[in-house]
Design a protein around this ligand. Structure first.
Ligand SMILES: [Fe+2]
Length: 399
């Protein structure tokens, strides 16, 4: 529940949902954050803010008279939970239960990324704390159930493409790094690089960035400079690790040497650079842009496997397919019975037999009451993935 309280009643352990003040009049980059030490309270009071809105589902309630020691224990417990998440001890949850949390993670990440990207346009630097919060939230969610955030981050409005693409690449790279069995700290560094991989685009003019059509040769040359711009913006930051930087610097390199900015080839490109190239292309192709319709994930993965020998390396491309699945959650499929269904869950060892939700009887041309079927236990099987645009069925309506 959201409650408005006087700033003087603010306590450690509360979660600020909104500051009752204009963005320009306080020193905080975000409006929503956990109050986890006295310094934050002092800053809110010091900024002259009289009231704040707290979210009692994410932090302590106003009426709760909780001793300070208990609050500090709660904070310690939540930090411990995060540590456990990142070391793989956290419990997996169902797609449905993670979807609700994932929605607010995407929305908060969108606000944060839009915020720091716009600040970079005005010559400011990216704040480590803002990046860390997005990466922590994404990592936790991916460890609980990666499909929720992967499915949601595919939805991009045309005007927010650059921000949402950064979040999507961060989500997919986090899931990919986890599937590759990297340790928690390496996963975090890869996620940071992924979130910032296109930061240099903020130094490219918006006319070129959002041009509704193909770029001409000169414009394309300018667009390609976003990698160098990203290096200029991030290489001097003490908190950017070498590994995070590699994700930024190598996401457009290709193993046959045809990429940019340095035309690196084969082993000259790091493992995380090749991972970033795959994820960046996959997300770009599966997203709608002002000049093109999105491709379906299954079709996209097939095309990427075709190109993998020259562009990404076949072994790496196969690893990525194993990570996202042949029929990722949200894919619309036609079963051999003629029923149209939406993929709602996957089984790591049976990628061709996911759990599906029947939604439409194609031979009869009518919708059916949604019903879930485990294809591992059914006689029916997937014939092919189908285009939601062609059938005019939006899979997201059934998730
Ligand atoms: Fe890029």
């Amino acid at each position: 529940m959201i409650k408005k309280i006087e700033t003087k009643s603010l306590k450690i352990g509360m979660y600020i949902h909104d500051l009752d003040a204009s963005w320009m009049s306080h020193p905080f980059l975000r409006n929503r954050f956990q109050v986890d030490d006295q310094k934050i309270i002092d800053e809110v009071v010091g900024a002259g803010i009289k009231h704040v809105y707290i979210d009692t589902e994410r932090g302590l309630d106003f009426e709760m008279a909780v001793p300070l020691e208990l609050v500090q224990q709660e904070i310690a417990d939540s930090k411990q939970q995060l540590a456990e998440t990142q070391s793989g001890l956290i419990k997996q949850v169902s797609f449905e239960s993670e979807l609700i949390r994932a929605q607010s993670i995407v929305s908060e990440a969108n606000t944060a990324v839009r915020g720091f990207m716009q600040e970079v346009r005005f010559g400011k630097q990216v704040e480590k704390a803002v990046v860390d919060e997005v990466v922590e939230n994404v990592t936790e969610s991916v460890f609980r159930n990666q499909d929720a955030l992967i499915t949601l981050s595919r939805i991009k409005s045309v005007d927010q493409y650059t921000y949402m693409h950064s979040i999507s690449v961060c989500v997919l790279m986090t899931a990919f790094a986890r599937a590759m069995d990297f340790d928690a700290d390496t996963i975090r560094q890869i996620s940071v690089g992924a979130l910032l991989h296109d930061l240099g685009k903020m130094r490219v003019s918006p006319e070129i960035l959002n041009k509704p059509g193909k770029l001409n040769m000169d414009e394309f040359q300018l667009m390609k400079r976003h990698v160098d711009f990203g290096e200029e913006l991030l290489a001097g930051q003490s908190w950017m690790s070498e590994l995070s930087l590699k994700v930024v610097l190598e996401h457009h390199e290709r193993i046959d040497g045809s990429g940019y900015p340095h035309g690196l080839s084969g082993d000259e490109i790091s493992e995380v650079g090749r991972m970033a190239a795959i994820v960046d292309v996959y997300d770009a192709l599966t997203s709608s842009r002002c000049y093109k319709k999105s491709w379906e994930p299954t079709y996209t993965l097939g095309k990427m496997l075709e190109w993998s020998r020259d562009h990404f390396g076949q072994a790496m491309a196969h690893q990525f397919v194993r990570c996202v699945g042949i029929y990722p959650v949200g894919t619309l499929v036609r079963l051999n019975s003629g029923m149209i269904a939406v993929v709602v869950d996957q089984h790591e060892d049976y990628l061709l037999q996911p759990r599906v939700r029947l939604v439409f009887n194609e031979p009869l041309g009518r919708y059916v009451t949604p019903e879930d079927i485990e294809l591992t236990e059914a006689v029916d099987s997937i014939a092919d993935a189908v285009s939601p645009q062609k059938l005019r069925i939006n899979p997201m309506d059934f998730l």
